[in-house]
Write a protein that binds this ligand. Structure first.
Ligand code: GDP
Length: 432
C-alpha cells in the first residue's frame, strides 16, 4: 500500500496532522523529550483507499544543524514515500529552513503536497496564498487542530497516489482454486477420484461462476473447491508418455492458475529431484503450499524412520509448508486436506497491522541488531506490508542488509505472526 510521508520543521503541527489523517482522538504533543514518535508508520484510510502515513517528526534528533537535519529528514521521506506532505506554518510563512527542504523536494520526482497548517481562520487562510512562491504548487490551507480543510487535503493526497490496483472484492469470490501437482504416479488421479467419490458432489457448475472445462469442482468439508487443469487427471491419460519438460509446463500452468497447490509426494519412495522441482515451482510462483505424503498405507515403522530423516534434509528450505499424510487408496486422512488448504490460504492472505509489525521489529532489532559492518550497523527505519497473496514486507533501512540477517528477520517474522503454509517475501530498501 502507498506510503505518505509527513515532513516539516518542528512545531508546524505534523503530529496533529497525522492524528487528523489517521482519525485518532488524542493528539500526541510534539517535541516532548522521550516520546519516540519518529519514523512511526500508521495505517490510514480515506474513501476506501488504504495507505501508510509516516510521521517523520523526530528524524535525526541529534543533528547540530537543524536546517540540515530537516533536509536530511525530507530526503529520507522522498526516498521511501509515494507522496510527500510538506507542512509549513501558515501563521509564520516559509522560513529559511523550509526553503532548504523545498529545494531538495523540488529536485525529486515525487509528488509533493504543500500544506499551510494553522489556518484556523480566514485571515490566515488568505495569507497562505503567498506560499505559491515556494514552487510546490497550490498550498492547501488547513487547521489540523480543528479539522478545517482536512477532507480536501486527503482528496489531494489520494489524487497524488499511484493508481490503486483493481479491487476484486465485492460479490461472491467463487471457489478457491487448487492445483494438484506432483510427478507421474504419485497418485494425483487417485486422489482426485477419491475426494470426488467420497464427497459424491462432483458438480459441473456453480451459480455465478464460470469454470474452465479442464477444471474439476469438488466438494470437500462443506465447501466447493476448484481443482484447476485436471483434464489430464480425469481422463487418466498415460502421463508416462509425456516428457518431463511437458509435465513441468503443465504443472507451471496449473500452479499459475491456482491460489494454493497440493504437492503430492510418494511417501514410499525417496524425495527425488523431480519432486524438488515441483516444490520450487510452487514456491517461486508465490502460491500457498500443502505437501501431501500419499501412499501412507505403504509406510511402516522402518520407512517412517528414514522418511523423517529425508524430510529434515530435503525439505529444510520449506519448513513452513503444511504437511498431511494421506492415502488416496484407503481414504486415510483425506478429510485433513480441506482444513490444511484453508489454513494455508489464511496465511497467504494475512495482513499484519503496521503498528504491530513495527513494534515487533523495533524490539527484535534492539535485542539482536544487525552485525556491525565497516564501523556501522544498518538500522531499520520502518517496515510495511506491501501486499498479500503471498504476504510481502518491505523494510526501509539505513543501509543494505546481510543475507543472513535478512533471513533471520524472515524467520522471526514467521515465528511471531505465523505464516504456516505460505511463502513470505521480505525485501530491504536501503536509503542511499
Ligand atoms: P498420477 O500419475 O499422479 O495421477 O498417479 P495415479 O493416481 O495414476 O496413481 C499411480 C499409481 O499409484 C496407481 O497404480 C494407483 O493405484 C497407486 N496409488 C495412488 N494412491 C495410492 C495410495 O495412497 N496408496 C497406494 N498403495 N497406492 C496408490
Amino acid at each position: 500500500q502507498p506510503v505518505v510521508a509527513v515532513v516539516g520543521r518542528p512545531n508546524v503541527g505534523k503530529s496533529t496532522l497525522v492524528n487528523r489523517i489517521i482519525g485518532r482522538r488524542q493528539a500526541v504533543v510534539e517535541d516532548v523529550p522521550g516520546v519516540t514518535r519518529d519514523r512511526v508508520p500508521y495505517d490510514a484510510q480515506w474513501n476506501g483507499r488504504r495507505f501508510t502515513v509516516v510521521d517523520t517528526g523526530g528524524w535525526e534528533p541529534d543533528a547540530r544543524d537543524r536546517a540540515a537535519a530537516i533536509a536530511a529528514q525530507a530526503e529520507i521521506a522522498v526516498q521511501t514515500a509515494d507522496v510527500v506532505v510538506f507542512v509549513v506554518d501558515a501563521t509564520i510563512g516559509a522560513t529559511d529552513m523550509d526553503e532548504k527542504a523545498v529545494r531538495m523536494l523540488r529536485r525529486s520526482a515525487k509528488p509533493v503536497i504543500l500544506v499551510a497548517n494553522k489556518a484556523d481562520n480566514q485571515a490566515v487562510e488568505l495569507e497562505a496564498t503567498s506560499l505559491w512562491s515556494l514552487g510546490l504548487g497550490e498550498p492547501h490551507p488547513i487547521s489540523a487542530l480543528h479539522g478545517r480543510g482536512s477532507g480536501d487535503l486527503l482528496d489531494a493526497i489520494l489524487a497524488a497516489m499511484p493508481p490503486a490496483p483493481p479491487i476484486i472484492e465485492g460479490g461472491p469470490r467463487g471457489p478457491r482454486r487448487v492445483a494438484l501437482v506432483g510427478r507421474p504416479n504419485v497418485g494425483k488421479s487417485s486422489l482426485l477420484n477419491r475426494v470426488a467419490r467420497e464427497e459424491r458432489a462432483v458438480v459441473d457448475s456453480v451459480a455465478g461462476t464460470t469454470v474452465d472445462p479442464v477444471d474439476s469442482l469438488v466438494e470437500m468439508d462443506g465447501e466447493i473447491w476448484q481443482f484447476v487443469d485436471t483434464a489430464g487427471l480425469r481422463k487418466r491419460v498415460n502421463q508416462a508418455s509425456g516428457t518431463e519438460y511437458y509435465a513441468s509446463l503443465r504443472t507451471a500452468g496449473a500452479v499459475e492458475a491456482a491460489e494454493v497447490a497440493v504437492v503430492l509426494l510418494d511417501a514410499a519412495e525417496v524425495i527425488s529431484e523431480q519432486d524438488q522441482r515441483v516444490l520450487t515451482q510452487v514456491v517461486e510462483a508465490g502460491r500457498a503450499l500443502v505437501i501431501a505424503f500419499n501412499k501412507w498405507d505403504l509406510v511402516d515403522a522402518d520407512r517412517r524412520f528414514y522418511l523423517d530423516k529425508e524430510i529434515d534434509r530435503e525439505l529444510k528450505r520449506i519448513p513452513w509448508a503444511i504437511r498431511v499424510n494421506i492415502s488416496a487408496k484407503t481414504g486415510r486422512a483425506v478429510d485433513k486436506l480441506a482444513p490444511a488448504l484453508r489454513r494455508a490460504l489464511a496465511s497467504w492472505e494475512k495482513r499484519i497491522p503496521t503498528g504491530a509489525l513495527n513494534q515487533w521489529l523495533t524490539a527484535l532489532t534492539q535485542a539482536t541488531p544487525h552485525p556491525v559492518r565497516g564501523g556501522r550497523a544498518p538500522r531499520v527505519l520502518f517496515a510495511t506490508q506491501a501486499g498479500v497473496a503471498p504476504p510481502r514486507f518491505v523494510l526501509f533501512t539505513t543501509g543494505p542488509f546481510d543475507a543472513g540477517y535478512q533471513r533471520f528477520v524472515e524467520r522471526k517474522l514467521r515465528e511471531e505472526f505465523g505464516f504456516e503454509g505460505s511463502p513470505v517475501e521480505v525485501s530491504v530498501r536501503p536509503r542511499k
